[in-house]
Design a binder for this molecule. Structure first.
Ligand SMILES: Nc1nc2c(c(=O)[nH]1)N[C@H]1C(S)=C(S)[C@@H](COP(=O)(O)O)O[C@H]1N2
Ligand SMILES: [Mo]
Length: 487
């Protein structure tokens, strides 16, 4: 087990673990506590030996005028009032309310932020992106060129941190203690990567890879870099400079980020500074593929987030590096690993099917809204670059299910769909509502999370495997909402 997947319990303690029902109750209690007090970060830091954990003491480091600055909690609170802040330096924050998931477009103030380092403040007039590797002509792209020389495309994209829902894993997992809110559906506008690569004579054949690296790392620190398969890059990826029709904020990647529609957030590199066309994923031993100014010994700094982090690992599994894979659907890779068709742990790319109820919210008290005694349950569902085809609702813990209906905009699979269900609670009292979405391949959200000791590596027996990084969780039970129905 690698050090960044540290958990805070011994195996003996795990062996004593209580039943899944007890665990679920504990998740809910903990979630309620966090929401009630807004102290998620404090709770999590006390309980976790975290990966790249935030160094946020909650105190403000105001400048001489007393104005909050980037890195201060007040600064983030003022700029993004809809977020529950896990850390301010670097900025890590998620949607604070279920209500965010009743709307089609997530406003920038409610869209989660996940940064490994404090967001850099970049002057776009000075900005250049190096484009190199297997291209006819290496170049430095300016923002003016991106904006003026290529077409402008907008994509509505559900972006979700692969660690969203991590706090529902038990035993706890280090890293940001995301509850449910590290996901948003925004409109991203920019230049199609296919046009940019063609303009400079890149080898765009299937099987090639494109490395994208960000510029947020302090000197000598790890570089946030990802290898994205050429097929995906050519199909729909953009170099985005606007979010929801406005200039992108520093926190979301100003002046430019990659948007990889439908894929987990970790693929959407912000503050983009390098693009490199390669025959394979970055491996670090091919110096001619990297830029001259980059030190050979530092290759390792590029590889971490591609090959070590952002892999699906059962307990005791190692994140073996490979040069290439040809299946990018994360769940499909999990199934292939399980059946022996894939020999290494999955790379986190396309998202698994998932849904969230936005109304009623957690612990809401609701009264029937119409004369028939019905309550309108509203939410959102998505399945990465696959289509979401069905959403069901249960008010009895998954014993019986009823179909919800889709409504609102349909912009294809990369965006989420809104759903509604007219709920007719039999009598006043306490209920737990859960939602379960299904994708075009017939894959549904599983009920819960397997035990750490099960060694499970894909969805089995209606449970999502306990995953050492807390990644890609889409189980419906932990994501349910407890509500009280009044007369
Ligand atoms: N350069 C850079 N890009 C990055 C990151 C980062 O830390 N540095 N975080 C990634 C992760 S893990 C996620 S989930 C998304 C979050 O994007 P958002 O903050 O705009 O929601 O950005 C990704 N791109
Ligand atoms: Mo993420």
């Amino acid at each position: 087990m690698s050090s960044e997947h540290t958990t805070d319990r011994t195996r003996d303690e795990q062996a004593d673990q209580s039943t899944r029902d007890d665990r679920r109750r504990r998740f809910l209690d903990r979630r309620r506590f966090m929401l009630a007090t807004g102290t998620a970060a404090t709770v999590a830091l006390a309980g976790c030996a975290g990966e790249e954990e935030a160094d946020d003491d909650g105190e403000s480091d105001d400048d001489a005028d007393g104005d909050p600055e980037p890195g201060d909690r007040e600064y983030l609170e003022e700029k993004f009032p809809g977020l529950l802040i896990h850390s301010a330096d670097p900025e890590n924050a998620e949607a604070a309310e279920r209500e965010t998931y009743t709307e089609y477009i997530t406003p920038s103030e409610e869209h989660y932020i996940r940064n490994h380092y404090l967001a850099p403040r970049i002057d776009e007039d000075e900005w250049e992106i190096s484009l190199g590797g297997l291209v006819d002509e290496e170049t430095e792209l300016t923002m003016a060129e991106l904006r003026e020389e290529f077409s402008t495309e907008t994509v509505t994209h559900v972006m979700q941190c692969s660690g969203n829902g991590r706090s529902y894993f038990d035993p706890e997992i280090g890293g940001n203690p995301w509850i449910y809110g590290a996901v948003g559906n925004a409109e991203w506008t920019g230049a199609p990567l296919s046009e940019v690569l063609e303009e400079y004579g890149a080898d765009t054949s299937d099987g090639m890879w494109v490395m994208f690296a960000g510029d947020d790392h302090p000197e000598g620190e790890r570089v946030f870099a990802r290898s994205i398969p050429m097929q995906k890059v050519m199909e729909d990826c953009i170099l985005a400079y606007e979010m929801n029709g406005e200039e992108m904020t520093a926190e979301h990647g100003h002046p430019v980020r990659v948007v990889v529609p439908g894929w987990y957030g970790n693929n959407n590199v912000k503050w983009l500074s390098e693009i490199e066309v390669m025959e394979r994923m970055m491996m670090g031993d091919d110096e001619e593929l990297f830029f001259e100014e980059y030190e050979t010994d530092d290759y390792e700094n590029y590889l971490h987030w591609q090959h070590n982090s952002y892999r699906i690992l059962a307990e005791g599994q190692e994140s073996i590096r490979v040069e290439s894979i040809d299946e990018f659907d994360t769940r499909e890779q999990m199934d292939m690993e399980d059946s022996g068709e894939m020999e290494v742990p999955p790379y986190i790319y396309d998202q698994t099917v998932k849904s969230l109820i936005g109304y009623p919210g957690i612990d809401d008290t609701v009264s029937p809204r119409d004369e028939d005694g019905m309550i309108e349950v509203i939410g959102v569902a998505w399945a990465g670059d696959d289509e979401v085809t069905e959403v069901e609702i249960s008010d009895d813990g998954g014993e019986t299910w009823e179909n919800a209906e889709f409504f609102g905009e349909d912009n294809g699979p990369y965006a989420w769909r809104q759903f509604r269900y007219m709920w007719d609670p039999e009598e006043p009292g306490d209920y737990t509502l859960v939602s379960r979405a299904t994708d075009e391949h017939g894959r549904s959200q599983p009920r819960d999370i397997s035990d750490i000791d099960d060694g499970q590596i894909t969805v089995e027996d209606d449970s999502f495997p306990y995953e050492m990084g807390g990644y890609c969780l889409n189980a419906y039970e932990p994501h349910g909402v407890d509500v009280t129905v009044e007369e």
